[in-house]
Design a protein around this ligand. Structure first.
Ligand code: BEZ
Ligand code: FE
Length: 301
């Protein structure tokens, strides 16, 4: 019977990948085993801890449903999602900065008319969003496809609610940029909100004494032919959680001033019943290609 000391074991496992035909797979598996084995040696991992890790990952998988992705959430709170973002977007060349997709992109493929209110029936202070999509030289990208989504005043996305299947999208829409690259819509002012803490990720947040809050933001996914898909958020200036986002997703360039208005008539001519707001933020696209994330489920399903 062959016996290995712990370093020989690592070398032997890596050797077992020798016949892997895909060179990238071979290299990733080699690095993964090297890092995992180093981790076990450095921490002197006990059987109890190893069993706990297996159980934790099992429960993380079991918490995933058609509308909930606990593994993305785990990747987010451990900073892995932002690290993958960083290594893939080292040079922006003036293009808009990127950030995490998050677990609540579920896709909405029916284009919505410009100026629509995507917050019908939802409580909150009205906010008008005006935006333009251009290339790095300021040329309008007519026909760019823009998906937007954000949480309600209680911190929930439409897809987290049991009513989603019946009621369809809310605070979520797709727009197509006009001839000048512009699009606009009405919604409600987003608020900071906690990431879901009722699963294994919540255990981790609790055990480490962290808070679960994300600063207020609107998600944008912009796609244009010949350009890298842009996955980003626009954060609201002044939010108290900008410096301690639970998922490390804030970049200074993505923080925007949202103008507060108290005039009696709002931007769409409707009478205001309180303060209303205007967010103006333009996006610059980088030439190239890239993978567009697959939604968890289609809103049309
Ligand atoms: C979000 O902003 O939707 C989000 C991102 C990462 C983890 C949880 C939520
Ligand atoms: Fe979000």
């Amino acid at each position: 019977m062959t016996r290995f000391d712990d370093h020989q074991l690592t070398a032997e496992v890596i050797r077992s990948f020798d016949k892997t035909r895909n060179p990238r797979l071979k290299s990733i598996l080699t690095e993964l085993v090297t890092s995992l084995h180093d981790f076990v040696r450095k921490t002197d991992l006990s059987f109890e801890e190893w069993n706990y890790a297996i159980d934790y990952l099992t429960r993380t998988g079991q918490a995933c449903t058609a509308t909930r992705q606990e593994f993305i959430l785990l990747s987010d709170v451990l900073g892995v999602s932002m690290l993958v973002d960083a290594v893939n977007h080292r040079e922006r060349d003036g293009a808009t900065q990127t950030t995490v997709l998050g677990p609540f992109y579920v896709g909405e493929h029916r284009p919505t008319p410009h100026g629509s209110d995507i917050s019908t029936g939802v409580d909150g202070e009205p906010m008008f969003v005006r935006s333009r999509i251009t290339d790095l030289d300021g040329k309008a990208l007519a026909g760019a496809v823009i998906d937007v989504w954000h949480a309600d005043d209680d911190g929930f996305y439409d897809s987290q609610k049991p009513s989603y299947g019946k009621q369809g999208p809310s605070l979520r829409a797709r727009f197509i940029a006009d001839h000048d690259g512009r699009f606009s819509f009405r919604t409600i002012l987003p608020r900071s909100y906690p990431i879901p803490t009722d699963g294994p990720v919540g255990e981790l947040i609790g055990a480490t004494g962290r808070h679960p809050m994300r600063p207020a933001h609107v998600h944008f996914l912009v796609q244009a032919q010949g350009y890298e898909p842009l996955i980003t958020h626009v954060f609201l200036e002044g939010d108290p959680y900008l410096t301690s986002d639970a998922v490390f997703g804030v970049k200074d360039e993505l923080v925007s001033r949202v103008e507060r208005h108290d005039e009696p008539l709002m931007a769409d001519g409707e009478r205001a019943s309180g303060p209303w707001h205007v967010m103006t933020y333009d996006f610059q696209m980088k030439p190239g290609t890239g993978v567009v994330p697959q939604p968890l489920l289609s809103a049309a399903e």
